[in-house]
Write a protein that binds this ligand. Sequence first.
Ligand code: GLY
Ligand code: MN
Ligand code: MN
Length: 438
Amino acid sequence: MNAPDLEHLYRAHLQVIKARADRALEKAGFDHLLVASGVEKFEFLDDRPYPFKPNAQFKAWVPLVRHPSCWVAYTPGQRPVLVYYQPDDYWHVPPSPPAGFWTGEFDIRVIADPAEAAKHLPAGGRAAILGEPDAALPGFEPNNPKAVLDYLHYHRAYKTAYELDRMRAAQRRAVPGHLAAKAAFHAGASEARIHAAYLAATGHNDLDAPYGSIVGLNEHGATLHYQYKDAQAPGRHRSLLIDAGAEVDGYCSDITRTWGDGDARFAALVSAVEAEQLALCGKVRAGTDYRDLHLECHLRLGGVLRNLGIVDMDPGDMLARGVTSTFFPHGLGHPIGLQVHDVAGFTDEGGQLIPRPEGHPFLRMTRTLEPGMVVTIEPGLYFIPTLLARLRERPEGKAVDWSAVEALAPWGGVRIEDEVHCTDGAPENLTRDAFAAA
Ligand code: GLY
Ligand code: MN
Ligand code: MN
């Protein structure tokens, strides 16, 4: 996208953000909205900073992600103020002067000391101040009014055209990483080297990727959020499960692919899960309750377990008796945007919980799909020793072909994850589109 188009999209996006702020302030009885980007945090008794992660509410206004101690101050009907912290620092590279497609929309005040921000924030009236407690300045302590947050969070599920554009760009940034990781796997690399190949191809480093990539070889694929990257390559490369994303202007992608060594049984498992994943992506349509899709996913994965001779039971019974949950113990997916696990997946506009189906405590999305929402669709089947041991003790364990489980367990598991945009008509699969274009 060229710069004038992006500027145009951004301007329209900011109109939406302002309109949401107007409504949230009116509902909750506030005059101003102040949003702190956050502060840099340091290790205990040390001068080593942790990676800075900005307040997502701040990123909704401006695409600034390396910018602690900044503020957006908005009063309905007025031009928003951006207090921009740019220290005179020779130990680090300070933020460059404000530049880019977004600057025309703000009254920008550059400060060199975080405390100076107070001079630029509205002095009178009632302010809703969004941010972490550490971001407080004298007289400006974040109060994070629940009614304001509930409203803003709920509406963040509906992406603007600008947000969709940035999310497509985040997909395009991640895809070369996935292709490089696949090649490194087939070349026999360690997890650490596969991870390095991913980062090099995306232009990310460990600290600015949207989440810690999951790079699991063999049995490590069975740990849902496997957090290490072994420097030593295993003796044999059976499988790679890589769950890794990218970020553009504060918007995230979250993509999982599973690759195998050609073993026929594992290949059949991967392609069966992928077929169900694609079918589920095709059902991201307005009016569909995401909870129903999650339960449908269980039935589909139960069908895979039965067809591959792993569990001899009707898929409906597998769902009812918690057998599919042994092999698929997480939710179908979640909203995504400014945060990988975006807010308000299971609350309504007033912050009331929209309950999860009983027995499905990890589902992160319980809302009915509507145009503009972007969700992940990420079914998986895993051979998780601790969950399998529990199933084996139960009567349902008798329906399992344990020799089939033992044969597949060294491959760890399968997860396939895409981002899908719900539209007025056919869904847009942001991830598949980016792979197809690569
Ligand atoms: N990367 C974590 C998830 O897929 O939700
Ligand atoms: Mn993921
Ligand atoms: Mn995900």
